[in-house]
Design a protein around this ligand. Structure first.
Ligand code: HEC
Length: 261
């Protein structure tokens, strides 16, 4: 029995060490971080943060950044912001999409439905660049996965606006950001305190809005994270049970041999 306890202890220890190693890599870049509820083996998204994050995305970021892989229906799905279906329908209905052609061969606009993709701010990349001083606001559906540093990086970037060091001249439409590669970014500072009004009474500080919107982006980049964590947990339990069974079977099978020696 002692051996088996040792074995289980060893398994947990290696898990913890592995986790710490991953954290250490992230820390090296000296990014800002937050107490993300979705990190770690049992991490889950904070529903409140996801719902507030959606609000921040629509009210602040959506005028420049698309999220073309999301549909309004995703907002009501399990593991996500989990708005009720009614709420998600009402959200969708705020947006207009082009549909058609109708019987006369004309395209027409109608309110969006659950099955529609998120409405995009620009018709194409060229228009997006023309409206942003030549820089392209990247699609944010999977941006957390696409940038090294992930959630911490985007969180840092959103809070990383500063006055440029003296002697630096910035062109019009270029801003100084501590965390952007090369420190110059063509995205204006997105937040000021109190910019959005949260329904749940949470105070909309810059940090809070950044945290909420990054949580939302982390979910959109990995909508099945909770499911994956659940499966991982079950797999570990399963392995522990198998280990115990194998251990006792081994004892039993070899017991005769041992006693005969
Ligand atoms: C006025 C338009 C505008 C708004 C509003 C805006 N962005 Fe941007 N964003 C841009 C542009 C343009 C770029 C590309 C900047 C560049 O390459 O210099 C960008 C780039 C980014 C990047 C990528 C930085 C990188 O590493 O390349 C992130 C992340 C980002 N925005 C997040 C957000 C979030 C989150 C919001 C909402 C809170 C937001 N943005 C609001 C225009 C905008």
């Amino acid at each position: 029995m002692k051996n088996i306890i040792k074995l289980i202890y060893f398994m947990f220890l290696s898990l913890i060490l592995l986790n710490n190693n991953l954290l250490a890599v992230e820390k090296k870049k000296e990014l800002l971080t937050s107490d993300w509820s979705f990190k770690g083996y049992f991490g889950k998204f904070d529903r409140g943060a996801l719902q507030r994050g959606y609000q921040v995305y629509t009210e602040v970021c959506a005028s420049c950044h698309s999220m073309k892989y999301l549909s309004y229906r995703n907002l009501a799905e399990k593991g996500g912001p989990e708005f009720s279906e009614e709420q998600a329908k009402a959200i969708a209905a705020n947006f207009e999409v082009t549909d058609g052609p109708n019987d006369d061969g004309d395209m027409f606009t109608r309110p969006a439905k659950l099955s529609d993709k998120f409405v995009q701010p620009y018709r194409n990349v060229k228009e997006a660049m023309a409206s942003n001083g030549g820089a392209y606001p990247p699609d944010m559906s999977v941006l957390v996965k696409a940038r090294s540093g992930g959630a911490d990086y985007i969180y840092s970037l959103l809070l990383g606006y500063e006055d440029p060091p003296s002697g630096t001249n910035l062109d019009d439409g270029v801003y100084y950001n501590k965390y952007m590669y090369g420190n110059n970014i063509k995205m204006p500072k997105p937040f000021m305190d109190g910019q959005v009004e949260y329904n749940d009474g949470t105070e909309a500080t810059e940090q809070q809005m950044a945290k909420d919107v990054v949580t939302f982006l982390a979910w959109s980049a990995e909508p099945h994270l909770e499911e994956r964590h659940k499966i991982g947990f079950r797999a570990i339990i399963y392995l522990i049970v198998i280990t115990i069974l194998v251990y006792f079977s081994m004892k039993k099978i070899w017991s005769r041999v041992e006693s005969e020696v």
